[in-house]
Design a protein around this ligand. Sequence first.
Ligand SMILES: Cc1cc2nc3c(=O)[nH]c(=O)nc-3n(C[C@H](O)[C@H](O)[C@H](O)COP(=O)(O)OP(=O)(O)OC[C@H]3O[C@@H](n4cnc5c(N)ncnc54)[C@H](O)[C@@H]3O)c2cc1C
Length: 301
Amino acid sequence: MDRTAAITVVGAGLIGSTTAFALHRAGYAVTVLDAGLLGAAWQAGAGMLSPDGEGLSRGPLANMARLSLSLWPQFARDLEQSSGLSVHYRAGVERLQKDGLRLCTPAEAQVHPPSVVRAALHGLEVRRESFCPSSLPLSPHSSLTILATGAWSAAFGLPVFPVQGQALLLSAEYNRPALFGWRGAGAKGYTLCRPDGVYVGATVRRSASTAPDDHARRWLGGVACRLLPADVAQAPVSQTLLGLRPCTADDLPIIGPHPTLPGVLVATGHGRHGALLAPYTAREVLRLVNQRCDTDCNKCR
Ligand SMILES: Cc1cc2nc3c(=O)[nH]c(=O)nc-3n(C[C@H](O)[C@H](O)[C@H](O)COP(=O)(O)OP(=O)(O)OC[C@H]3O[C@@H](n4cnc5c(N)ncnc54)[C@H](O)[C@@H]3O)c2cc1C
């Protein structure tokens, strides 16, 4: 395989689009396929880049998260410079303390997931197409397939399951840093000011349903009342968002060769951290593709 060989990225969510972006930038010819499935997590994701807020303090996931967080400022600049589109990177995340004070972590941040996907796919060949597991392994003209199929990855034999999340977008003028509720008071949940409104998130339910429910809406209303000024919390709901997080049993993403299919790499299982882990994942996949390219070139010499 050389750099002009075609790479097919299946899935144009947060992981597929940013991985395709990194490969394209490194000189690979990339085609992206996406089925436009209802429940795609990137359409509902908040865009918090907050290992602290997520309680990631130790272990391999925390290490990945910290590394990825440190890659985000430059990654955001690269996305914006190459596309001319903003990804709405904003530094600073606050956490509500037991005593009601807010603790700010300046190194943490937020992005706007739909804008990240749009910027990453800018200028790439993207086809609206559902990719069938039975078409793997692909014919010789496609040298490498990368599966970034999110919560639908089990169809490709991967141990990933969907965890539904719901959130609300409020139509209000408000401009504060992202805020995590204090977990001890049952005030879990968070709010972010985004270009499309004030985001209130997010429920967690092991389900593949794509139908929003009233119980979630009531819970989110409670989060809004606890974390936002009254006039903002009572602003009209402009959108109810629902997405299926691609989760794994050990909470770790799956990044590497497919366990049984030759010529297939996998980047999935990012659970509730796909926005946070996107630059790390894109870098890892690029490293694996470069490695494969070098090995194949050495064989030809
Ligand atoms: C409510 C909510 C809030 C969240 N908040 C945050 C947050 O604050 N911070 C954070 O880091 N993460 C957050 N996440 C998690 C984050 O959104 C996900 O981890 C991330 O979107 C996963 O990216 P992905 O590309 O693997 O999957 P997705 O974004 O779901 O994209 C998968 C894509 O693959 C396509 N696809 C699937 N199968 C096929 C096929 N066979 N053929 C073609 N296309 C296919 C789908 O159409 C879809 O577009 C949140 C998620 C939810 C639901």
